[in-house]
Design a binder for this molecule. Structure first.
Ligand SMILES: NC(=O)c1ccc[n+]([C@@H]2O[C@H](COP(=O)([O-])OP(=O)(O)OC[C@H]3O[C@@H](n4cnc5c(N)ncnc54)[C@H](OP(=O)(O)O)[C@@H]3O)[C@@H](O)[C@H]2O)c1
Length: 237
């Protein structure tokens, strides 16, 4: 199984990579820090350090990373950044622009690259969020980006007829994002973070390895049952 994953240096992306090693996959990964499993699985992990926010360099990075790849069974567009939980009115538009580059436009360029290189891909899953539809107070930048990501997948579904594209909300996962949300955001200011604090340490917020296994187990079923372009929240399955 050939898989390309963005953002596999930590969190859910690293969880996917680890789970895929047990499934005898070859993983191509892209992140700024690099995948820490590369040394252990040098023969089956290809890794490239790349800032997805630097859009001008992305095409060249993809050419270099995927030069020996002839087809992909799965692409996981997982890299993402949360930004700060704050009022949208206090959010600098340049910070919004930067976040949109990572969470949305880098994914557009990756899809364009796959189309232009005519690399056959069976399934593309972008990691979205419940924030794509909730529009909770304080989640402005992130919610805007994940809503745009969902729509990006739906729009590209028309242009990639041989590939299934999905936007998938993974539920709560205990990663660095939750360190910030649970540790630094006051629920008196932004009440929606209270349910994250309550979920942490319980089965409602699995670790990245468990969440990744659960999602990978679900993908064949989603491949068979869902329309390309769909948004799937795994908590609603
Ligand atoms: N944790 C949750 O509860 C939760 C819930 C819903 C959705 N999600 C989504 O799940 C995905 C993974 O997040 P996570 O929770 O695992 O957080 P994380 O541990 O912070 O992982 C984020 C990953 O994205 C990469 N990334 C961020 N900015 C990048 C950039 N400029 N260039 C290249 N790579 C970049 C990071 O790599 P580098 O820092 O090495 O570049 C890292 O590997 C995100 O899309 C997030 O929105 C998470």
């Amino acid at each position: 199984m050939n898989v390309f994953i963005t953002g596999n240096s930590s969190g859910l992306g690293l969880g996917f990579t680890e789970a895929l090693m047990a499934r005898e996959a070859i993983v191509w990964g892209m992140s700024r820090r690099g995948c820490p499993l590369k040394a252990k699985y040098d023969d089956v992990i290809r890794d490239r350090r790349q800032d997805l926010g630097d859009l001008n360099k992305l095409e060249e990075g993809l050419d270099r990373l995927l030069s020996d790849c002839l087809r992909l069974d799965l692409v996981i567009l997982n890299a993402g950044t949360l930004g700060r939980i704050q009022d949208l009115a206090d959010t600098d538009v340049h910070d919004l622009e930067h976040l949109m580059r990572i969470n949305v436009w880098s994914n557009k360029l990756i899809l364009d690259w796959l189309i232009q290189r005519q690399l056959p891909v069976d399934q593309i899953v972008s990691i979205s969020s419940g924030a794509a539809v909730n529009m909770s107070y304080g989640w402005g930048a992130y919610s805007l980006s994940k809503a745009a990501l969902n729509n990006l997948m739906q729009l590209y579904a028309h242009e990639m007829p041989d590939t299934q594209l999905l936007a998938l909300a993974p539920g709560l996962v205990d990663t660095a994002m939750q360190d910030y949300l649970c540790g630094e955001v006051d629920s008196a200011d932004y009440p929606s973070v209270q349910k994250l604090k309550d979920a942490r340490g319980t089965e409602h917020m699995p670790d990245p390895g468990r969440a990744a296994e659960m999602i990978l187990d679900l993908l064949p079923q989603l491949r068979a049952q869902r329309e390309s372009g769909d948004f799937v929240d795994i908590r609603q399955l």
